[in-house]
Design a protein around this ligand. Structure first.
Ligand code: FES
Length: 212
């Protein structure tokens, strides 16, 4: 929808639509897991166990996901991405290319960002995994989630969780002050809608205004 078209209740432009859907946007950006997923801090049991399928060759692994220990059984060939989405039902982490090229699957492992499609779940036994569901809640957004809302840093939303996880990790990495430096460190996260300028604006807003 073009911004230069007249806005009316029956013909809202993009800005007026955002103004009336801010709450829904915050909800969307904070939580994209299904209702049955165990989301730390949102009423789920922190000690809940999500066993994997009882298949031949499955091996035990313990992952600390969003602050809760999860004792799982996984096929040794299972990627961290598939384990999070299929076994633990945390579907906020997205599968894009499944080949390490788009960044949609970015999560934190021990505080550092990784492409979870390129890493086997078994490699992370005992490690701390943070997904978008563990970053903030609809009522208490992480500053980066809030900045993505205010700066219009998401369009279709598919890459958003990966973008935000990458952006949060970037705050703790050596990074120059200007937009070019931010673009370079975010170059592994692809946005098919082309919201790059808004994403950089959101990251710079957090870098300038927030002490994390
Ligand atoms: S799905 Fe992992 S980088 Fe694209």
């Amino acid at each position: 929808m073009r911004d230069d078209l007249a806005s009316s209740p029956s013909n809202p432009n993009r800005r007026t639509l955002r103004g009336t859907t801010g709450g829904a946007a915050a909800e969307f950006i904070a939580r994209s897991a299904p209702p049955h997923a165990n989301i730390a801090g949102q009423g789920g049991s922190p000690a809940a166990v999500a066993d994997g399928p009882n298949i031949e060759g499955a091996v035990p692994v313990t992952l600390r996901i969003n602050g809760a220990d999860r004792q799982l059984r996984v096929d040794p060939r299972t990627t961290l991405l598939d384990c999070l989405r299929e076994t633990v039902a945390l579907t906020g982490t997205k599968k894009g290319c499944d080949h390490g090229q788009c960044g949609a699957c970015t999560v934190h492992v021990n505080g550092r960002r990784v492409n979870s499609c390129l890493s086997l779940a078994l490699m992370h036994d005992g490690e701390e995994i943070t997904t978008i569901e563990g970053l903030g809640t609809p009522d208490a957004l992480h500053p980066m989630q809030a900045a993505f809302v205010t700066c219009d840093g998401y369009q279709c939303g598919y890459c958003t969780s990966g973008q935000i996880m990458s952006a949060v990790a970037l705050l703790k990495e050596p990074c120059g002050a200007d937009d070019t430096a931010v673009k370079e460190l975010m170059s592994g996260n692809i946005c098919r809608c082309g919201a790059y300028a808004n994403i950089v604006a959101a990251i710079q807003q957090v870098r300038k205004n927030t002490t994390l």
